[in-house]
Every structure is written in structure tokens, then in C-alpha cells.
Design a protein around this ligand. Structure first.
Ligand SMILES: [Mn+2]
Length: 381
């Protein structure tokens, strides 16, 4: 008895406001479906955040529909819950997953908290905020009670647990019932496999790099889903890695070697099939950010899908540097950077300068996306 466990596919997310990034998320979902079909599991569990939004763009709905229909044609049932991204915070509202009921998707919800598939109990609940966690914990006890007569039991949840994210959790590890064979979690975008109670607790992680801070985890553990065999006493979990459509490159380069480093990066980029996302931090030495910014953009922006830059000069520029040396006029960008320097926040700095650029070029949509990205980075998970 084998099933595929995936989560956090976040379809409809347009990272950095780029259509290409939105397509990458679709592509990797399609790849996941094809891989699942290759592996021929008995069923699939999706632990939430199928979509980025509770009202997903049509293309996201369509990509999900195609994938779910493919599974149906192969007679592979899929069980799903709503995550914090696709849950609707409104009484009586339904998550978008419900649209695929006739395509074979079985939604685990407060109205239908569990299913029995080939004698396997599959139960769970949609995402609950910390504020509603008491209610969720009560619900978990009820689900555990209903599951007792079955030999193989899976719990499906989309929550943060204090053991893995000590600052942003909704429930504590002690709140999770311990008698399930496999706890199929979603929400944390890093991969987790842990011994828990009488079985295993696992997060398959997100299927694409949703935030740049997922890059290190991706390099270490890959991205993809799990293939879980629950035939034996202890579930056996196989990690299936997907091939991400595009590279994320994160580089710290020293100002002293700027030109060599840029040409090295640029040569590397030319070996890639697709334009990468490039994040560069220039550090060391006494330099003007705006000049380095110009140099970076001139040499790399055409070969990258997105270029994000950070600057850490050794010495902080004095007021003199607010003036463009060559024609002695006030450099607005430097003024912004200077006035924000007490914030000591590169992100605010970056936002302000990019807004200045986009708005003066009349790119209002891009400017709006920058602001949206900024606040999502701040508050979202
Ligand atoms: Mn998520």
C-alpha cells in the first residue's frame, strides 16, 4: 500500500510579478503529476496550499484541473485539505479544491473529516489559525476516535508546529495525536521527516522555491514530494525530487573583484537553458551603491529573469556622496538610501529605490508588484 504525499504547490503565485515564475510553478506541478503517475501509488494526499490564493487565477484552476483529471484517468484518487493560502476566511465559504469534486478530488473538511480508502483511514482538517487552535485540537481528538477501528491511519493537516517553527506555530507537538501511522503535514516549505508517536510525521515541503530563503534547504534536500509505503509496521518514505525549471543563484561578491566576478557569473549564466533568478550581494570596500547598481544591471540584467542586488560597503557614505560627483546635482537615489540608512534595512532601501525607478519610468504595475512582494515577504508565510 503506497501513496504520494505532496503539499504547498502554490499555483497562481507570480513571484516578483513575473509571468515566467508563475509558469514555473505550473510546470513543476505538471511534473509532479507525471512522476506520481509513473510511480503508480494507490492514492495521493495533498496537504494544502494547492493554490496561492483562495480565488486563484483561471490558469491555475485549469492546471490543477488537468492534473487532477489525469490522476482520475489513471484511477488514482486524490485527497486534499485547504491550506492557509487557499482557505476562505468567511463563514460558509468553500475552498477552491471543491471545484474538482467531480474530477475525483476528495476534500477533507469539517463536513467530511475522513474517508476510508482500501481500509486505510484518511482524516484531517483544513488550516486553523492560532486563534482557532483550541477548536482544531478538539477536532483532532474526534478524528482520532473515529480512526481507532482501522489498522492503517493517516492524519492530514496544514499547520505549523512549535518543534519546527518556534515563532510562527499554531499548534504544539503535544497537540498532535500520536496514534497515527503517518501524519501528512503541509505549511512548512522545508522538507521534514520525523519519528512521531507510533509512526512518522512529515512535511514534503513546497514544490518550487516560493521564497528566496528556501534556497539553502532546496540545495540540501531538493524539492518534490514523498512516496510513502504503509504496508509494514513503520512507514517507509522515499523522497522524490523534481527538476526545478530555473536556477536561483545567490552570490556574495567582493567589490574589489567586481569585474572578474561579474564576468564569471555571466559566463556561467550563458551555460543555462533558462534565464535564472540572480541575487547578488556586493560587499567590502568603499563604493557608491548607485554606480555598482548600474554596473550590475548593465552586465547582467539582460541575461537574468530577475536581478536582485544588495550592497554592504565597508564605510557608510557621508553626505558628500549624496551628490553625483560628475555634474554636482543631487542624486535622488543616494538621498533615499541615505535617509533610510538608520533603518538599517536593505529591503526597505531596495523597495524605495525600485519604486523610484519604476514610478519615474511609468511602470505602475511593476511598482505595485514590488510593494506586494515586499509586504508578502514581511507578513506572509
Ligand atoms: Mn505554503
Amino acid at each position: 500500500m503506497q501513496f504520494a504525499h505532496l503539499a504547498d504547490t502554490h499555483m497562481g503565485y507570480r513571484q516578483y510579478g513575473l509571468v515566467e515564475r508563475e509558469n514555473d510553478f505550473f510546470e513543476v506541478f505538471e511534473q509532479a503529476i507525471n512522476e506520481i503517475i509513473n510511480e503508480r501509488p494507490d492514492f495521493v494526499v495533498h496537504s494544502g496550499d494547492l493554490f496561492e490564493y483562495s480565488r486563484p487565477p483561471t490558469r491555475a484552476l485549469l492546471t490543477a484541473q488537468k492534473g487532477i483529471l489525469k490522476l482520475k484517468e489513471e484511477n488514482i484518487p486524490i485527497y486534499a485539505i485547504a491550506g492557509n493560502h487557499d482557505v476562505v476566511m468567511r463563514k460558509n465559504a468553500l475552498p477552491p479544491q471543491i471545484l474538482y469534486k467531480n474530477f475525483g478530488l476528495k476534500l477533507i473538511s469539517p463536513n467530511k473529516p475522513f474517508y476510508i480508502e482500501n481500509d486505510v483511514f484518511i482524516g484531517g482538517a483544513p488550516y486553523a489559525s492560532k486563534y482557532h487552535s483550541k477548536h482544531l485540537i478538539q477536532r483532532l481528538q474526534d478524528i482520532e476516535k473515529s480512526s481507532m477501528d482501522y489498522k492503517k491511519r493517516i492524519l492530514v493537516l496544514h499547520q505549523g508546529i512549535d518543534r519546527y517553527i518556534p515563532y510562527e506555530y499554531e499548534i504544539k507537538i503535544g497537540d498532535v495525536p500520536q496514534s497515527f501511522n503517518y501524519c501528512a503535514f503541509g505549511h512548512i516549505h522545508e522538507r521534514v521527516i520525523d519519528d512521531f508517536g507510533e509512526g512518522k510525521l512529515a512535511y514534503p515541503g513546497s514544490t518550487e522555491i516560493w521564497r528566496s530563503n528556501e534556497l539553502e534547504g532546496y540545495k540540501k534536500n531538493g524539492k518534490g514530494f514523498y512516496l510513502v509505503d504503509i504496508s509494514g509496521d513503520m512507514p517507509e518514505i522515499e523522497k522524490i525530487n523534481l527538476e526545478l525549471p530555473r536556477e536561483f543563484i545567490k552570490e556574495n561578491i567582493s567589490y574589489i573583484k567586481l569585474r572578474e566576478e561579474l564576468s564569471r557569473i555571466s559566463q556561467y549564466i550563458h551555460t543555462l537553458d533558462r534565464k535564472p533568478i540572480l541575487m547578488v550581494t556586493v560587499e567590502g570596500g568603499n563604493f557608491s551603491r548607485s554606480e555598482v547598481y548600474e554596473t550590475l544591471n548593465r552586465s547582467l540584467s539582460n541575461s537574468c529573469l530577475a536581478l536582485r542586488s544588495n550592497y554592504k560597503p565597508t564605510t557608510v557614505n557621508s553626505e558628500d556622496h549624496l551628490f553625483d560627483q560628475s555634474n554636482e546635482v543631487l542624486d535622488i537615489k543616494r538621498v533615499i538610501e541615505h535617509s533610510l540608512k538608520d533603518f538599517n534595512n536593505e529591503k526597505v532601501n531596495e523597495l524605495a529605490t525600485s519604486l523610484l525607478k519604476e514610478l519615474s519610468d511609468g511602470n505602475y504595475k511593476t511598482a505595485e508588484n514590488r510593494v506586494q512582494d515586499f509586504y508578502e515577504d514581511l507578513y506572509d508565510h
